[in-house]
Design a protein around this ligand. Structure first.
Ligand code: TXA
Ligand code: MG
Length: 318
């Protein structure tokens, strides 16, 4: 049984498991979160594997307070005002990411921004304080299922994927945090949530821009990806041989070739491949690669999201 009643002992264990790169579900005041060390790429990759997400959507990074948040993102006047008013609480602020934030690429895939939230729930806060690092946590449900408000909901959905589920009773709001993009003027409501938009507008003294909900769900449009993550090299997907002049992006045992090889996972492990995917695409540019042969990557598990990203990265810039 993965469920443990939240006590000082079980919270300390949860913090150690997070530090060790394992997944821990914990209560917040909105819904239960599926937590992982946000600085550990493999741990973050495991979140996507556990949720069965077909894409690498950006994750909310949970921090104890605004001081911790400032190490990860740039707080302009709007972000500062909102954090001072609503934190700790169910408000997520999208701000410009610090260049040296040290957050796993997969948590903010292809974006120059980062979503930050300081939760109010005492169990979430105790976990953050003891783990001593930022925690990436989407809602602890499988992709396409509703967000969990009780530990038993998490167990039904993800019981086999997590090391531990901290039971802190029922999540109070039962509705996710409100997501505000404070990186642009005027600030934009990306996801309505537990804090009403008018309460935020009253603090700002001006209306929020309202976006298409799709913007929030899929902020890494192919255009953004082309700017930030598509390597300059031309990618040839599902390659079964390496042509002269091509660099090889391998998965599993590499193909015969005279050229350079970057291997996403020599052992053919999809979690490892996801964890190094973005760094590998950058390495292709650093190596000055012009053409890349990408070996086939299976479509099971995280392979679906990896193939999705590679397909976009292979789309030429217009
Ligand atoms: O209440 C909550 O926010 C819960 C608890 C666990 O804290 N978490 C949660 O996470 O709902 P998730 O992953 O299910 O939702 C994350 C939302 C998505 O709509 C995502 O697109 C948006 O935040 N998001 C994350 N990073 C973003 C970014 N850099 N720019 C725009 N939107 C972003
Ligand atoms: Mg969710």
């Amino acid at each position: 049984m993965a469920i443990a009643t939240a006590t000082s002992v079980s919270i300390a264990r949860a913090a150690r498991q997070l530090q060790a790169g394992e997944l821990v579900a914990f209560p917040t005041e909105t819904v239960y979160g599926l937590g992982a060390d946000a600085t550990n790429s493999e741990a973050v990759a495991r979140i996507f594997a556990a949720k069965g997400r077909p894409h690498f959507n950006p994750l909310i990074i949970h921090v104890l307070d605004i001081e911790a948040a400032r190490a990860l993102g740039q707080f302009n006047a709007t972000a500062t005002r909102l954090a001072e008013t609503f934190w700790p609480g169910p408000l997520t602020l999208v701000v410009k990411k610090m260049p040296d934030a040290g957050i796993a690429d997969l948590a903010t895939p292809g974006l120059e921004t980062i979503a930050l939230r300081s939760p109010a729930h005492p169990v979430a806060r105790a976990v953050l304080a003891q783990a001593g690092r930022p925690i990436a946590a989407p809602s602890a449900n499988r992709s396409g299922r509703v967000s969990p408000t009780l530990a038993c909901h998490v167990e039904a959905d993800l019981g086999r994927e997590v090391s531990m589920i901290l039971d802190g009773g029922s999540a109070v709001h039962g509705l996710e945090s409100t997501v505000i993009d404070a990186s642009r003027e005027p600030a934009r409501l990306l996801r309505p949530g537990a804090i009403a938009a008018d309460a935020i507008e009253a603090v700002l003294g001006c209306p929020l821009a309202r976006g298409d909900r799709d913007d929030a769900e899929r902020p890494s449009s192919p255009g953004q990806l082309a700017r930030h993550y598509a390597p300059h090299a031309r990618l040839r997907l599902d390659a079964h041989e390496v042509l002269p002049g091509e660099v090889q992006l391998a998965f599993g045992p590499a193909l015969m070739s005279d050229g350079m090889i970057i291997n996403l996972s020599p052992s053919g492990d999809l979690v490892e491949a996801a964890a190094v995917l973005f760094a590998s695409l950058r390495a292709l540019d650093e190596a000055g690669a012009a053409a890349v042969a990408v070996m086939p990557i299976p479509h099971r598990g995280l392979g679906e999201a990896i193939n999705d990203r590679l397909r976009r990265a292979a789309t030429p810039e217009d």
